[in-house]
Ligand binder design. Structure first.
Ligand code: PFF
Ligand code: NA
Length: 487
């Protein structure tokens, strides 16, 4: 007997869930900062070109692989390929590593929602750095919040594709959008907000105004934009293969891919307008030198922005609640997609053995597994609690004068896991996938799948991109990622 595998309720539900996976901490945290640091508008142009020629093509390929085989990541690669069978496994390990630290960050967001709620009701407002310091150096509390965050995601994924993930996304995504607009209006109406807007959009302004000391090289911009684009679009993690496998045969994959890529980029720019001008305005108001305004890393989200909300008093706490709930929704919709990749793999496996597959048990097992590792990440507190990190001593370098320098890579558990997932598995997976489709199977295996439900043809574009543009770009991104982690 063939088991029923489930499917999306509607194409719109699928799109919202896929956008939900794409829109995450990468948009709110990574994009605005990397854009400012890497030459503003130049970065945006490079990003957009890469999104069209690489991101869009990989997205369409993944959706097609999923829908064609009707299987999750491991099954899809096994069905399609002889030589690249094993790549699917890479695509299960990567989401697992990502989950181990993403849920800790989700816990942080939850903790900040609570902090802002208590301040709204009169608790004394601490500075951003005081709140952040108190948070990361309290491992037990971080573990509790990581647990709550994980539990929320468990209950959603347990509900299945339609009853869990689609339901959450259909409510969560529009809500996120509205909240983002509210925060943007507040941010842009602050004094000197225009300086932040210029930082993002005027080429060279970040340097000429003194935010950063020099522009990065073009190669550097290319690999930063490429790495960010891949992470931001949730590519090479099996997500789009998995989500595509639940999509109806009549849906137009090219159009869907275009919508997802556009929406993710649009939200990234919106998020930039929500956070950068506010952070810059508050820095100027407090007489902080532009070069000292912390626009990157964990500081932006948990220190700089929290200071902005604190400086606005009670109304600020309200905006703080709205903002961190927004980030929380973005984080949840990404985490559920990562869990689903692994859950679908186990469900498919059960179906292949003609068993029903107990989703509840499978999802529980996955959550317990990554939660166990995430406890270490929570305890580490971004390196503030001196927890041992793998390879730490191996890569620590001692200069002739005795100064010890540690590469970014080994700073903390989060960096370590991020390097494995985002730095190595993701670009490698995408490179191998493009070689598989471009040369082993041939683009003609994927093209018919892209052509269902539409008269629109873009064969030449697709063939050239998947065979040549994507692999070359992936090599660049892989090298760029490695040098940024080990640099
Ligand atoms: N795309 C998400 C973001 O921008 O934050 C992060 C992410 C989620 C990456 C899921 C990869 C993934 F599979
Ligand atoms: Na994103």
């Amino acid at each position: 007997m063939k088991q029923h595998r489930g499917s999306w309720g509607s194409n719109m539900g699928f799109i919202l869930a896929a956008i939900g996976s794409a829109v995450g901490l990468g948009n709110i945290w990574g994009f605005p900062y990397k854009m400012g640091k890497s030459g503003g508008f130049t970065f945006l142009v490079v990003y957009a070109i890469l999104a069209i020629f690489v991101g869009f093509v990989v997205m369409a390929t993944e959706l097609a692989m999923g829908r064609k085989t009707g299987k999750g990541i491991v099954g899809a690669f096994c069905d399609l390929s002889q030589k690249f069978k094993w790549v699917g496994w890479l695509g299960v390990i990567a989401p697992f590593f990502l989950l181990c630290f993403y849920v800790v960050l989700g816990g942080y967001c939850l903790e900040y929602v609570v902090i802002n709620i208590t301040q709204l009701f009169g608790a004394e407002a601490l500075s951003g750095s005081a709140s952040f310091g108190a948070m990361v150096t309290n491992p037990i509390r971080c573990m509790v919040y990581t647990f709550i965050f994980t539990a929320i995601n468990f209950f959603i994924v347990r509900g299945g594709i339609q009853g869990g993930i689609e339901k959450f996304s259909t409510v969560g995504m529009p809500a996120l959008f509205v909240m983002l607009v509210v925060v943007i209006i507040r941010s842009l109406t602050l004094p000197n907000a225009i300086e932040g807007v210029k930082f993002m959009f005027v080429p060279g302004y970040a340097v000429s105004a003194g935010f950063i000391s020099e522009s990065p090289s073009f190669i550097n911009i290319l690999s930063t934009a490429g790495g960010q684009m891949f992470f931001s679009l949730s590519l090479a993690m099996g997500i789009m293969i998995t989500y595509g496998s639940y999509l109806g045969k009549q849906e137009n994959l090219l159009k869907n891919s275009g919508i997802i890529v556009f929406a993710d980029t649009f939200v990234a720019i919106m998020a930039g307008l929500a956070v950068i001008p506010a952070a810059v305005s508050n820095g100027i108001a407090n007489g902080v030198a532009l070069s000292d305004i912390q626009l990157g890393g964990p500081n932006l989200l948990f220190v700089t922005l929290q200071d902005v909300f604190v400086s606005m008093g009670t109304m600020g706490s309200l905006f703080g609640v709205v903002f961190y709930v927004l980030v929380l929704i973005a984080a949840i919709s990404s985490v559920i997609s990562l869990i689903e990749v692994i859950a679908t793999m186990f469900m498919d496996d059960a179906h292949a053995k003609n068993k029903e597959g107990n989703r509840q048990k499978i999802v529980m097992g996955i959550c317990l597994a990554f939660f166990a590792v995430s406890l270490v990440v929570a305890a580490d507190g971004l390196g503030s609690n001196g927890v041992w990190v793998p390879f730490q001593s191996m890569l620590t370098t001692v200069a002739a004068d005795g100064t010890v320098s540690m590469p970014v890579f080994v700073d903390c558990w989060l960096d370590f896991l991020d390097c494995l997932a985002e730095g190595i598995a993701m670009p490698l997976g995408a490179l191998l996938m493009s070689l598989m489709v471009g040369f082993e199977l041939g683009p003609e295996t994927i093209l018919p799948e892209l052509h269902t439900g539409t008269k629109f043809r873009m064969d030449k574009f697709y063939i050239i991109c998947i065979k040549y543009v994507v692999p070359v770009a992936m090599v660049f991104i892989l090298l760029g990622q490695l040098s940024s982690f080990f640099g």
